[in-house]
Each structure stands twice: as structure tokens, then as C-alpha cells.
Ligand binder design. Structure first.
Ligand code: NDP
Length: 312
């Protein structure tokens, strides 16, 4: 079975190959531009930002695997093969890493890590007094899927009060669940740290805007690890500069890499990370894809399928 890989550059192919071979020696991995592989011979692809129009040139492709949990980098191609199953990267490794990032972000906001980073750079001894403990803060997670629910469990582990908002109601022990647009205002009004782990869809584009931010209590902080499209940056900046918001951790941006002239890089209340919240190792991802291929070949269902109706 031949898998073409377009993720991490050509130099990463040996690592992908090693991961596939360790799990299932029947799978051989090749760089997407490998001229020795005829388009008709390709069974599967694992891709990040596939070149528009390329996927439709593979006539015997069975499944498209996204090398990330989001699939917007594939579905933005007007010609992506809609008739094929599209699998989002998932599994324990992705969720664990994201959970760690969200716990780190919330603790960083709680302890004002940005303030201390600036203090260290300027050799300034300035103590933030009277900060809250985790037990005194309510973290509200938008998007309670694979990643959001794991983040909720891990946040509870360090003492945060946790609530979640999604399209449908969830039952996670100790997590207050809000569902749908009707319950969004109540969710926002009872949130001290807002965490976005939503997928990028037409419904979620620009959701974190001035109107939404105004519904958060004064002093709320924001973490965006979903997609850059969720956040209206000028609205966030206005809310930070008026002190309605206390801080933000941003991992994803409308334009990536974040341009050097972006004000976000140096804002005193913003921590910027380079879309690094949850990047499982290639070996982990190869194992996940190889296991899914084995399931598919054996007639078992594929995991984490993209649903075109829902848009995620
Ligand atoms: P899932 O599909 O498992 O979960 C998505 C969640 O969002 C679900 O709870 C869903 O609700 C909810 N949701 C979707 N649309 C809406 C809406 N319109 N209103 C309210 N809730 C909505 O995805 P994952 O948890 O695996 O991943 C989430 C996102 O995280 C990815 O799409 C990607 O954008 C981002 N991500 C970022 C990474 C990073 O490094 N920064 C790495 C990996 C992912 P319901 O449960 O009711 O269906």
C-alpha cells in the first residue's frame, strides 16, 4: 500500500516511513512529489496544505488523512475529492499535548508569565501580588470535542473550575455543559478564562469579536488555540487596551507565520506561540494513520471522520 506524504518537508519522509513500517510493513511512504510513484498507484495520502487541485489527480486514492486535527487546509481547495473519506488527526497524543498547552496557558495567565518575561528582559524586580488560585477561576472552553474534553479533565486536575460550550450537551464529571447559541451568553457571563478549541467553519469564523468579548466579566483572559479565523484581532486589542480583558495567549493566526510587523508580537499582555499547541511526533502520527489504514483495509470504520454536513 502506497502512502504519499506532504507534511513536514521531504526531509521528514524517513521518519514517517519508520513509523509506518514499525506498525504495518505493508505500508510504504513516499514524498508527494516522488516521480517513481505513478498517480494510479497511490492508495492514501497524509497531507498538510496540499497544493490546490493535486488530490483530484490521484484516481485510486481511498482515504485522505490530514496531518493535523483541523482540515480547513484541505477543504479550502475547491477541487478536493469530496467523495472520499477525510480523516482528521486524532488520538491520545494530540489530546494530551493540547491539554498540556491549555493548562500551561491558563496557569501562565493566572501568574502573569508575560509580566515576568518582560521583567526578566529588563532586569525589573516586580512582583504581581494577590493573584487568584486555580480553584478561584472558571475556565470556559469553547469546543468540547477530542481536544476540549481532554483539556477540561487536565484543567480540573490542577484545580480550575471548568465549563464547556459546544453544539451539543456533554456529560463530563464536574464540567458544567452549555449547548448552542441560546446558552452562549450564560456561558460567557460565568467564564474567567475563555479557551477556544473550535474547528474552523463558516459558523465559527469571527466568533470571538467585540460583541462576544463584551459579554465576558471584566478581567477575563483569552486563549486561542483553535484557528486564527475565530478571533477578530482589533477587537481583542481594544478589549485588552481598555483593561476589559487582562491577557491573552494566542497560538493560531489568520496569517501564519505571524508577520514580523504584527503588534501581537510585542503587546505587553499577549503571549504568542507559533501554532505549536499540539504537534504530535511524526512517529505518533504515522502510527495513528497506519492503524486507521489497517482498520479501513479490514472493513472496520475509520476514526475521526470529517463530516461535510457539520463542516468539521
Ligand atoms: P472535534 O471535532 O473533536 O471537536 C470540535 C468541537 O467544537 C465539538 O465539541 C463541537 O460541538 C464544537 N463545535 C463545532 N462547531 C461549533 C459551533 N458552531 N458552535 C459550538 N460548538 C461547535 O475537534 P478537535 O477537538 O479534535 O479539534 C478542535 C480544533 O482544534 C481543530 O479543528 C483545530 O482547529 C484546532 N487544533 C489546533 C491545534 C494547534 O496546535 N493549535 C492542533 C489541533 C487542533 P459538538 O461536540 O456538539 O459536535
Amino acid at each position: 500500500m502506497k502512502v504519499l506524504v506532504k507534511s513536514g518537508g521531504e526531509a521528514a519522509v524517513p521518519e514517517w516511513r519508520e513509523g509506518f513500517q514499525a506498525y504495518d510493513p505493508r505500508v510504504s511512504a513516499h514524498w508527494w512529489e516522488d516521480a517513481s510513484v505513478a498517480p494510479e498507484a497511490v492508495d492514501y495520502v497524509v497531507v498538510w496544505e496540499p497544493k490546490p487541485g493535486w488530490l483530484k489527480t490521484l484516481p485510486n486514492l481511498k482515504v485522505v488523512f490530514s496531518s493535523a486535527a483541523g482540515v480547513d487546509h484541505i477543504t479550502c481547495d475547491p477541487e478536493w475529492p469530496r467523495h472520499l473519506p477525510l480523516v482528521r488527526m486524532g488520538g491520545d497524543a494530540v489530546a494530551q499535548r493540547m491539554g498540556e498547552f491549555i493548562v500551561w496557558s491558563c496557569l501562565s495567565l493566572l501568574r502573569d508569565t508575560r509580566h515576568y518575561a518582560i521583567g526578566q528582559a529588563t532586569k525589573t524586580w516586580s512582583v504581581r501580588e494577590g493573584c487568584f488560585t486555580a480553584t478561584q477561576r472558571r475556565v470556559g472552553i469553547m469546543g468540547m470535542g477530542n481536544l476540549g474534553s481532554q483539556a477540561a479533565r487536565m484543567l480540573q486536575g490542577v484545580g480550575f473550575q471548568v465549563q464547556g460550550w459546544a453544539r451539543s450537551r456533554k456529560e463530563l464529571p464536574g464540567v458544567v455543559s452549555f449547548a448552542g447559541a441560546a446558552e452562549l451568553p450564560a456561558f460567557l457571563a460565568s467564564t474567567d478564562i475563555l479557551v477556544c478549541l473550535l474547528p474552523s467553519t463558516p459558523e465559527t469564523a469571527g466568533l470571538i469579536n467585540a460583541d462576544l468579548l463584551a459579554q465576558l466579566p471584566k478581567g477575563t483572559a483569552v486563549v486561542n488555540a483553535g484557528r486564527g479565523s475565530h478571533l477578530v484581532v482589533p477587537d481583542l486589542l481594544a478589549a485588552l487596551d481598555s483593561s476589559h480583558l487582562s491577557g491573552a495567549v494566542l497560538d493560531v493566526f489568520e496569517v501564519e507565520p505571524l508577520p514580523a510587523d504584527s503588534v501581537l508580537w510585542s503587546h505587553p499582555k499577549i503571549i504568542v506561540t507559533p501554532h505549536a499547541a499540539s504537534l504530535p511526533s511524526r512517529l505518533d502520527r504515522a502510527r495513528y494513520v497506519a492503524a486507521a489504514i489497517a482498520d479501513f483495509e479490514a472493513g472496520r470504520p475509520l476514526p475521526n471522520l470529517f463530516d461535510p454536513e457539520r463542516g468539521y
